[in-house]
Design a protein around this ligand. Structure first.
Ligand code: MOS
Length: 704
């Protein structure tokens, strides 16, 4: 039946992007614009004793300087995930306290960016500095508080008892480094007030409707008085879901100075005050009988947050979904450190969590002398152990089977036995997983007499392919060519299209767009859009229009929805110089129905590449004295280039998950990164016989 869904369709936004006509937030042309540059703290803990802005105020072109002494007024928003959400609970410039280096302590506004930047350097600050906590080894870890309504601690059975009698057990501690989202587009905002009671915001946001409600609350306005316009995002990966302090400050300052104001963060500022993924330390204990059946799993995690927000990297979320054991223990601890606020980053929790769990499973497999695929098949969970619900449409075993065949896994020789060109060669594998999330969305679809279709929704495309997914859905449902579908997204005046995050945009929006298109056919009393169009022409009406919404329902009480996958890789290790290269890759994914085979495979590849970065090179460090990030831009923060990336073979298995939504789609944005770093470390073990448990796997660790 399906004609467009499940085929390879080029991006609707591809032409605009490669020709430079796609307009990003900071590029909008707003007449009368002035420029703001934020002033940031050079200490990481203490208070501002004195701040002298006189010289900055006198500098050429400067129109205003804001500090905590004359902070523009904003209201505290309700700050929860339903109504409004900001990244840092502390509002910008709310007092003289310093919590991390790079914290925003002022804003200088001038007629040009260069003049604002110059004047920002003229602000003189005296601090009362205190000794900061920068390193985890000096931090105080406490039980992590519940996050998004869920306790971290989970106990089933008795892990000590499950470990005691076991034939084989392992315990190991795995670490990950601080990672940066490093999107191509830096954080930026243009805030444009119409009077003092209507605001237009051009700022990258993964959740247009929530951003609208948040800015409305910050300024005590009804939502309809705030308009968010964001047709294109240059990457987000979780770092652009909610307003950061610079955005709030820019909007507040613009209201006061009565001019449209643009603030673009430098890369250094993005690193210091617009989020990162916290470093983690994870201890995993596994116990199994001689046949490989797990008797106990314990996963205990430490991560850190900033003094101004509570965010726990939720590493243990994957564990109760992956493998079953009668005895299971999960716990997370959190420390407050004087570094900027960590936040969601592609597969938050799942990516580092699978690093630890899938490394541990590999260690156990070698200890048991069992193939790692067999160990996983024996222990795969049939139900989600926290939710107590069976998985819907689970095809993890097929991922393993198909992946092993495509890779040629069955001929894997003993560790440290493969060589090529004087280098050690190793093969590794790991599982991948990510929950199936879905949110409430709305959309409007319009059929025009010329046979073209407009789809309108505020849900947006952060570079993932949502424009195209929406167009494919409308084309399929109405039976029109995909070229005839025009999609408008990323404007809060359009129906609330939900969140571009948690890999849920496709699963949330496709059922809604389908429903609206079906309503059009019903209204026209036709079976295809072409017939409906003919009827429309005859009637002389301007358009047939339908609005629809869809949301998750009772199915979430019956099923656990989760996507599955398997990665297989080959690495080469040059032990003399500690060079690790990833030379071959196969990923097989079970993510429900695929809407656009080209974009879906690209999403998986993007995830794998980001995982190669996590495994090989991505790490941000903070100066232990000043707390300032010493890795802070796209030159000092290394991530994979094409030369670091092999051909990535992607295949999909499984079936539409029709329990989840009428389209059967689960989304594919994040699963690709999960398990990647473990697969690589497992391959390094196979190549060298060395078990590396600390990411990234840099040359020093490979030589040691
Ligand atoms: Mo993603 S970390 O849910 O944007």
């Amino acid at each position: 039946m399906s004609k467009v869904i499940g085929t390879a369709v080029n991006r609707k936004d591809g032409y605009a992007k490669v020709t430079g006509t796609a307009t990003y937030s900071a590029e909008h042309d707003v007449p009368g614009l002035v420029h703001g540059v934020v002033v940031t703290s050079t200490i990481s803990k203490g208070r501002i004793k004195a701040i002298d802005t006189r010289e900055a105020e006198k500098a050429p072109g400067v129109t205003a300087v804001f500090t905590h002494k004359n902070a523009p007024k904003v209201f505290k928003p309700s700050n929860n995930f339903m109504t409004s959400k900001i990244y840092e609970a502390r509002l910008p410039l709310s007092d003289d306290q310093i919590h991390y280096a790079g914290q925003i302590i002022g804003l200088v506004v001038a007629d040009t960016f260069e003049r604002a930047r110059h004047a920002a350097h003229l602000v003189k600050v005296e601090y009362d500095a205190q000794k900061p906590t920068i390193e985890a080894k000096n931090a105080v870890f406490k039980e992590a508080p519940p996050q998004m309504g869920e306790e971290f601690k989970f106990v089933k059975g008795d892990v000590a008892a499950g470990m005691a009698g076991a034939a084989t057990k392992m315990e190991a501690t795995y670490t990950t480094s601080t990672e940066l989202h490093a999107p191509m587009e830096p954080h930026a905002i243009i805030a444009h007030w119409q009077g003092t009671d209507a605001l237009t915001v051009y700022e990258p946001s993964q959740f247009v409707a929530l951003s609208q409600r948040t800015y409305a609350e910050l300024f005590g306005l009804p939502s309809e008085k705030v308009r968010i316009i964001i047709p294109y995002l240059g990457g987000a990966f979780g770092s652009k879901a909610f307003p950061w302090p610079h955005g709030i400050l820019a909007a507040a300052a613009a209201r006061q100075i009565k001019r449209p104001l643009k603030v673009v963060l430098s890369r250094r500022q993005v690193t210091a005050n617009a989020g990162h993924r916290s470093e983690t330390e994870q201890t995993v204990r596994l116990a199994a009988a001689a046949d490989g059946m797990l008797s106990a799993i314990a996963h205990e995690v430490k991560s850190s947050t900033s003094p101004v927000e509570v965010f726990t990297e939720p590493c243990t979320s994957v564990t109760p979904a992956m493998y079953t054991a009668p005895n299971l223990l999960l716990n997370q601890e959190l420390a407050v450190m004087n570094i900027g606020t960590p936040t969601f980053m592609r597969a938050p929790g799942e990516a580092p969590g699978m690093w630890a769990l899938e490394s541990a499973m590999d260690e156990l497999a070698w200890a048991l002398k069992l193939d790692p695929i067999e160990l996983r098949l024996k222990n795969e969970a049939k139900e989600h152990q926290r939710k107590g619900l069976p998985f819907s449409a689970k095809h993890f075993a097929d991922c393993l089977k198909v992946g092993a065949e495509r890779f040629g896994w069955k001929d894997r020789p003993q560790p440290r036995s493969l060589t090529r060109d004087g280098k050690l060669i190793g093969w590794g594998m790991a599982a991948a997983t990510f929950p199936g999330f879905r949110g409430k969305t709305s959309a409007k679809v319009r059929l025009l007499p010329d046979g073209s279709v407009h789809v309108l929704t505020s849900g947006n495309d952060m570079g993932t392919g949502s424009y195209t997914v929406v167009a494919i859905t409308a084309a399929e449902t109405l039976g029109v060519p995909v070229e005839k579908v025009r999609v408008e997204m990323g404007d809060s005046q359009l129906p609330d299209g939900g969140l571009a995050g948690g890999s849920q945009m496709t699963a949330s929006l496709v059922p809604t767009v389908m429903k609206a298109c079906q309503d059009i056919l019903k209204t026209a009393n036709c079976t295809t859009g072409t017939e409906a169009c003919a009827a429309l022409q005859k009637s002389g009406r301007a358009a047939i229009e339908a609005s629809a919404s869809s949301a998750p329902g009772d199915e979430t009480k019956k099923w656990a929805f989760q996507s599955w996958g398997a990665h297989f890789c080959e690495v080469s290790v040059d032990e003399a110089i500690g060079r690790l290269r990833v030379t071959r890759w196969v990923s097989v994914m079970d993510v429900g129905r695929i809407i656009n085979t080209k974009a879906a495979a690209s999403q998986v590849r993007g995830g794998v590449i980001m995982g190669i970065g996590q495994a090989l090179m991505e790490e941000c460090h903070f100066d232990p004295n000043t707390g300032y990030p010493v890795v802070y831009d796209l030159a000092t923060y290394h991530f994979p280039a094409h030369a670091d990336t092999p051909r990535i073979d992607v295949a999909f298995v499984g079936e539409p998950d029709l329990n989840f939504n009428p389209a059967g789609v689960r989304g594919v944005g994040e699963i690709g990164i999960t398990g990647v770093s473990a697969a690589i470390a497992n391959a390094v073990y196979h190549a060298t016989g060395k078990r590396l448990r600390s990411l990234p796997l840099t040359p020093d660790k490979l030589i040691a």
